[in-house]
Structures are given as structure tokens and as C-alpha cells.
Design a protein around this ligand. Sequence first.
Ligand code: AMP
Ligand code: MG
Length: 524
Amino acid sequence: MNLNIRDVYNKQLPVDLIKTNAVRQVYEACFSTVLPQIPSKPKVLHVSKEVAALLGLNEEDLQSELFLKVVTGAQVLENTHPYAMCYGGHQFGHWAGQLGDGRAINLAEVEHDGQLWAVQLKGAGKTPYSRTADGLAVLRSSIREYLCSEAMHHLGVPTTRALSLSLSGDQVMRDVLYDGHPAYEKGAIVCRVAPSFIRFGNFELFAKRGDFQTLQVLTDLTLSEFFPDREVGTKNGYLSFFKEVVDKSLEMVVHWQRVGFVHGVMNTDNMSILGLTIDYGPYGWLEGYDPDWTPNTTDRQNRRYRFRNQPQIVLWNLYQLANALLPLIEDPAPLEAILNQFTTNFDDQYLTMMRSKLGLDKKEAADSRLVADLEKTLQLTETDMTIFFRQLADVHTAMVFDGENGFVELIQDAFYAPEDLSGQVLAEWLSWFERYQLRLKAEESDTSIRKMAMNQVNPKYVLRNYMAQMAIDEADQGNYTLLEQLTSLLKNPYSEQEENQKWFAKRPEWARTKVGCSMLSCSS
Ligand code: AMP
Ligand code: MG
């Protein structure tokens, strides 16, 4: 394996001087050097060849004993110094103090084709930041991260990537429902890859502690490595860096709303400074379009991280980042000015995105009403978001509402209770359909061109919650067929795939209340 190791963080950031894995508070340091735990019987289950290619790894590398050892923590590459990063964060709205990479170990930074990649193992053992937990991960949550991060990438959503999914051969104890029924599960390790895993929480921790020196070193490194157009060491540079983080985070959340992704735990320690979707835990996909839905049972009471709240939560998190950068910028006014723009910018970009989902090229003043009314109508009866928008591409200006080859027939596949489509509900749909058709008439684009454009923003296949669970149930039995099929399916989420039509279907009834499908805890 001929990796071009850059070792950026080790060389440029202050390191924790105490060299033990003991759980503790770490001060004036951005990371601690750690070693992965040796797995007892490591086995690679799946590799993303695309991600391997990003790092410059070829087929032969992937087959090697060394690869197996490196991606499972069994061996550390020469000239590398694995480390866990120190960060804090606001969890569910409250400052939680030091958190850090409790079960993530960064192996190294690799440069390939001019791009820097941080390579990280998730579930490879304890670090000084493991707090009361074991630093390990189970197969269930590792499959969810592995499948979803790659699926998101192919959907065009900014995200961290996944190189490999492996079994450690060790057993890990978890209480899935937090109800006093712990059981052993298979331990697993995902090797994740991203330009950087730095989070809002990295900056927050030093600011909260009044350690402005470390804060500045971290910020300067972040700018010079990841925001090369920004001036390092000046207030203006920091400010324009912040503006870019705001824009990137906004772009990310608009994508989430486009595809129906609910992150589930948008704590500031789970917010990437690069605007990447990061830390796939109790996430979920909207099936029925319900803006109040959250998959995370830990958040069931307040539903802070429900689908509709995600944009405001991004903003809330950006406020925390602004507070963290304030010691470097000193004047809150320009930070506030940037934050004050967020809502207007979000509304604009959201509307643009929704227009694209509806196949509307032109901008008309009444479009925001049309979108808002669609969102309301979608909630009248449980309506599958993915199926609905995909079917919408077949609407044309001469289409009838309720008759052969009409609108109702077209979209009824999306209704979980088609029998509800009568009376007032039907009348509301008719009203929306008539306005939509009228609106389409104002477009000049041809129906087939519109359909093509819509099919590039409205995915046909997403990782429905039950699909991941089926792959998990099989994998638990040692069968990885579905894991392989889903990885391949989700590489082309916008394409018609004849042989995969069965995945373009509503969630089966059995999955409605099944743990792992619609209900997920943070246990992972
Ligand atoms: P999360 O909710 O997964 O984003 O994790 C929040 C914090 O808990 C982070 O500092 C994680 O590194 C840590 N953490 C989560 N799970 C574990 C685990 N199994 N072992 C050690 N630390 C963990
Ligand atoms: Mg996390």
C-alpha cells in the first residue's frame, strides 16, 4: 500500500502531553495520540472501491493482509500516529463540556490527487474521551453508517464517506432500547473518510474554557488547510471563514430537506465545519411526509431534531459557533449580520430547491404558496414523500384529475391509506392539482425535459429505514447479500433500475413500529 501520508494535525496542532488512554479532561491540546484496540478476529465485510480510489488504493491493495489490518485497527501504518480529537458540544440545547472522539480514532491524513483525506476508524476502542463507554461500535449501527453515508454521497448530499465495513470478531454489550435488557452484539468497525472531521464543538470547547490560544491555532490550521481562500490570522479572514461555514451548512440542510433525511442528533459536536453530514446515528428517512417526525426515540419528548426543525437547528448551532469564534473576531456585530441573513437565504434556497422538485424553471410570486399548500396537502393523509415526488414528473398539462391515467391514479401509490382519498382530502388535492397544472402551463420547457430534470432531484431510491434493518438482520446471520445489493442500488438513486423496482415501494406495514425501522435510540 503506497499511501501518501501528510500527518497534518500531528505536525501543526498542540498535542495532549499525557500519553495514556485514561478517561480525563484534556487541556490546551487539540488531540491525544492513541492506539486502536487489537480486534480478535477481524474480517472485512465490504469495501467502497470508489472511496478506495480517492485515497489511491488499488484492487491489489484492497486484497492485502495489510489493508485488512489497517482498517480494523490490527496494525498501525509506519510513520503514522493515530489520534483522537478533543472537542465539546451542545447536546439537545445544553452545553455538555468536553466530549471528544470517544470511539473514533484518526489513523492519518492521506493526500491523493491534490486532495487531503482524513482516515478514521469508528469503533476501534477507547480513547481519553470515551467517558463511561467502551469505544466500540456494533454491526447494526456500523451498517447504518456505512450504507447511509455512501447513499447520501450518491444523492448529491455533502457527507463524510465510508471506505470499509468490518467485523472485529469481538462481542459488544448494548441495551438497544435503554430499558434494562442489555445483550451482546457483534462488534464492527467502519473506516470513514472525509477531508476533515473537525466539528463546531472543536472550536466551542476552547472558547468555553477561555483557551484562546489553542482556539486560534485550531482556527488557523482549519483556514490554511480547508479554506485556502481565507486570510489566516486576521479578523476579516475569520469572519469570511465563518460566512463560508454558514453557507455550507445551509446548503447541506437544504439537501436534507430535499431528500427527506432526518439526522436525529444535530448536537454541535455532530456538525461538520465543512458542511458535511456527519455521525450517522439514529437518523431516518421520511416515509410518510410528516414534518414533525424524528426517528430518535431519545428525542421523542421535545422532538427538537424533527424534520421541520432542521434548518432552525442549523442556525442555532451556527450561533454557538459564532460565540466560539467571537474571541478571535472580538466584535459580535458582523457575526450577527451574517446570522441574520440565514433565514432569508434559507427561504430563498428552499424555494429554489422546491421549485426544482416541482419541475419549475421560472420564478413566479405565487410559487411559495403553491409549495406551502403542497406541504399541507401531503399531510392530509399519510403520503410517501419519495414516491410522490418521483411520480410527479409524469404530470402533464393535459392530464385529467380523477380518471384513467389521471393524477389520482398516478400518485395513489404514494398513499398509505388510499381509501382516505375522498371527500375533503380529494377536494384539496384537486385544488392543488389544478393550480399546479396551470403553473406548468406557464413553463416553456417540454414535458420530457422537465421530467428528466425532476428525476435528477427527486430520487427514486433512498435508504428507507426498513431496508437498512433488513440488511442488518441478514448480516447478523452472516449473510451479506442484501448489504451488497443495497450498496449497488444506492449508487444510482436517480436512475430507473428495472430489476430493483421492489425498492420503489411504500414502507411495509410490519416496519411501521419495528425497532430499527421507525424507532432508533442513540445506542450504537
Ligand atoms: P454521539 O451521540 O454518537 O455523537 O456521541 C456523543 C459523544 O459520546 C462523543 O464524544 C462520542 O465519541 C461519545 N461516544 C458515543 N458512543 C461511544 C462509545 N461506544 N464509546 C465511547 N464513546 C462514545
Ligand atoms: Mg458524534
